[in-house]
Ligand binder design. Structure first.
Ligand code: SF4
Length: 434
């Protein structure tokens, strides 16, 4: 029997706290502040550890995708923690609207809440396709513009941080600057500023200039890209703090931003019409939105290329073109063709060492990720790609050992490159601490 949906009412907007799952701390942290400015009371969940996994395993079928298990586990663990008045709490979860199971996490969450005795807790769907509506939660145009700005600012801050952190001479400066700018941007957005395209451009240039002023020591480091299923790729809870581990190994890390995934989702609307027919008007609107949204990526690249220390790496159109050699554009379940496209883009940007983070139960990304590695290697023999599975039974030690093996090959390749170039002293070459 279908569960009754508890609506998030106008009244609840005043009385309830909305809990948000933690996937991308910078982006969702900013978004949370924008929500609060629009009269909501939101909190970004920080609970992690074994309890979250245990809760997920207890209340979600163990055949379910690992991201669903973790998001639901994190919610229920928070509700059981005693920290919240559970009768004054609502939960927010995204619904992608695509053909993949992510569109149905919300139903799994409701089922799990019922099982855990929290069936009365309202669940809000965050989606842009009108899938579920709540009288107390309506997305205004002003909010949508601010949300897109949060994604763009978040991508810039994340990229600058990634390019600074491994080289900073005073540890912690880059993180401090990210926190500082997150607060400043949230303040601006709450005053309705920093949203227009010109304001975003100005702010982004100031942010990039601030990062450019940090003292860095640009010694050669092994460059590692991270791709994979969107939640596992970004969430430290899901990938066992993968980025931190790589920093501790002395690497420079690059994680393709969230904008690319948004472009991919819009582009899929266009490709659906191209491949299977459908509304020409819908396609036209999607094309207009995509062309407009691509300006954010250009802005992020331009401001970085206008500094002395940074490079704008993201290029959605190039990545898409590169993918044509290995996968069809109709492959769009999960991250679909975007996954190999991001690997190819990383390789083109000098990140030949790649970790493909794959969750348990994720058939689409095993096909579009792991399944494409051989084809990519045939074209780029130096590509050093390792697929890592993330699931409740996988141990961190095993994952890290496999990554260390990949880093050992990366270090060797880097040494060979320097030997050929014969340009550096041997001590400076390898900074990977195996
Ligand atoms: S992409 Fe993979 S993990 Fe995400 S919903 Fe689809 S099957 Fe599950």
């Amino acid at each position: 029997m279908a569960l009754e949906r508890i609506e998030f009412t106008k009244e609840m907007k005043r009385t309830h706290k909305i809990l948000l799952p933690n996937m991308l701390p910078i982006h969702i942290g900013l978004l949370s502040k924008v929500f609060n400015h629009h009269g909501f009371n939101t909190e970004l969940l920080q609970n992690n550890g074994h309890n979250v996994v245990e809760c997920g395993l207890k209340y979600v079928h163990n055949d379910t995708c690992y991201p669903a298990l973790l998001v639901i586990g994190q919610f229920i663990d928070a509700l059981q923690s005693g920290k919240y008045d559970v009768h004054k709490v609502a939960l927010m979860i995204t619904q992608t609207g695509g053909g993949c199971r992510a569109s149905n996490y919300i139903h799994l969450l409701r089922k799990a809440l019922e099982k855990a005795g929290f069936g009365f807790v309202p669940v809000i769907s965050l989606n842009f396709s009108g899938m579920e509506k709540n009288s107390g939660f309506k997305l205004s145009l002003s909010f949508i513009r601010k949300a897109i700005a949060c994604v763009a600012y978040g991508d810039l801050l994340m990229t600058l941080d990634n390019q600074t952190k491994p080289y900073e001479t005073t540890k912690g400066e880059s993180t401090a600057l990210v926190n500082d700018w997150t607060t400043k941007i949230a303040d601006e957005l709450s005053k309705g500023k920093g949203v227009s395209f010109s304001a975003i451009k100005n702010n982004m240039q100031t942010i990039a200039d601030d990062f450019d002023k940090l003292k860095i020591n640009k010694v050669p480091r092994v460059k590692v890209g991270i791709v994979g299923e969107i939640y596992v790729k970004f969430s430290s809870l899901a990938n066992n703090d993968l980025e931190q581990f790589l920093y501790e190994q002395g690497c420079e890390v690059m994680v393709p931003g969230l904008l690319g995934f948004i472009y991919y989702c819009i582009d899929n609307i266009i490709q659906d019409v191209n491949l299977y027919g459908g509304s020409g008007a819908k396609k036209k609107i999607a094309e207009m939105i995509l062309n407009f949204a691509l300006k954010y990526e250009k802005c992020i690249n331009d401001v970085q290329n206008n500094t002395k220390n940074f490079i704008g790496y993201a290029n959605y159109k190039t990545a898409k073109e590169l993918s044509h050699d290995v996968i069809g554009i109709g492959c769009k379940m999960g991250e679909g063709w975007l996954l190999p496209a991001e690997m190819l883009e990383l390789i083109h940007n000098g990140f030949e060492n790649i970790i493909c983070a794959q969750p348990f139960g994720c058939l689409p990304n095993h096909i579009a990720g792991k399944g494409m590695i051989r084809k990519i290697r045939e074209k780029y023999p130096n590509a050093n790609i390792v697929p890592i599975d993330y699931d409740p039974g996988a141990t961190k030690v095993n994952q890290e050992n496999r990554i260390k093996l990949m880093l050992a090959i990366a270090a060797e390749q880097m040494e060979n490159k320097y030997d050929t170039a014969d340009s550096q002293s041997s001590e400076e070459k390898i900074l990977v601490n195996n």
